[in-house]
Design a protein around this ligand. Structure first.
Ligand SMILES: [Zn+2]
Length: 313
């Protein structure tokens, strides 16, 4: 055997290491083999432990983050309340049904897709939006002959002042939109004292045959020609004891007993009765007492311009 270069020849092993020709190389091989198996199984075990750790970390993270782990299930929608259906009885008007349920007339018309507030008959089933249970609705009671006579006598242009009960005050307007102007035009005559008498309403000038509309939701209490100087007259009854009067009409399209929606045409401007030219005499009454209509009507363009110009100096 040639001597290894650069160093003395390795001393032969004796005893139990004697079978190894090159113990360090063989030991390395033996260890390498063992390590190979060991590393293979060891690496596998290490890998599995890693996956477990990863899964554990993910679960822990989920539990630790309230926004993920503690999100409550989506709240169930509240149970739908059953729709209230009102069956129209003879004599019931849409206005009275709306009043009884406290629903605006327009909403009732739209919910039931009615062509007009009078497109109902006894037996008709009406959906009442927002109602929780059916309520009793009084049938319309036409004016008695005595009431009709008293109403007709009150339909005159100028009246003596009414003796009002002590402490009486006109009711407060409910708010914008309670009444609207029945006609657009200049106010030719105001409410109040006029030549020692009392003008019980306002006169609104207008070309003939312009349409006059209901100032508020109501029911037609009176619609006929009179001999009192008012000519053709419509009287509407409204909620809370209010009524409105429309006089000197050229024609009447409203009919007694019908409901009238705010803004619905009830007749045309005319000169019937004592009228020097086409105009509408319009009154707002509360339990029969004429009130100053401007208190309840929305401001006109003239009013708004005055308000704008007024503060300037
Ligand atoms: Zn008048």
């Amino acid at each position: 055997m040639p001597a290894s270069r650069g160093g003395p020849a390795a001393a032969p092993f004796r005893g139990k290491w004697a079978h190894l020709n090159n113990p360090s190389r063989d030991l390395s091989r033996a260890l390498a083999g063992r390590d190979f198996h060991g590393c293979a199984s060891g690496a596998g075990a290490l890998h599995l432990r890693g996956v477990e750790r990863l899964l554990f970390a993910l679960v822990a993270a989920c539990l630790a983050v309230p926004s993920i782990a503690a999100v409550p299930p989506e709240a169930a929608p509240p149970p739908k309340s059953p729709r209230v259906v009102h069956v129209v009885a003879p004599g019931q008007t849409l206005f009275r049904i709306a009043q009884a349920y406290g629903v605006p007339l327009a909403r009732l018309i739209e919910a039931n897709r009615l062509k007009s507030p009078n497109a109902i008959a006894a037996g008709r089933r009406l959906v009442i939006p927002g109602a929780k249970a059916p309520v009793a609705v009084a049938a319309r009671r036409p004016l008695t002959e005595a009431e009709r006579g008293a109403l007709e006598r009150s339909l005159t242009e100028d009246r003596a002042p009414v003796d009002l009960p002590r402490g009486w005050a006109p009711p407060q307007p409910k708010g914008p939109g309670e009444f609207i102007w029945p006609l657009e035009g200049p106010m030719n005559s105001a409410f109040g004292p006029r030549g020692g008498r009392r003008h019980a309403g306002i006169d609104v000038g207008s070309p003939r045959a312009q349409q006059v509309v209901a100032a508020a939701d109501g029911e037609v209490a009176f619609a006929q020609a009179t001999r009192t100087g008012f000519g053709n007259v419509v009287v509407l009854e409204h909620e809370g004891g209010f009524s409105t009067v429309y006089a000197h009409l050229s024609l009447i399209v409203a009919r007694e007993g019908e409901s009238a929606r705010q803004g619905q045409p009830i007749g045309g401007v005319g000169t019937t009765g004592n009228a020097s030219g086409p105009h509408l005499h319009f009154e707002i009454r509360h339990r029969g007492v004429p009130l100053g209509p401007l208190r309840y009507l929305p401001q006109t363009l003239d009013d708004l311009v005055k308000d704008l110009v007024g503060p300037r100096r």
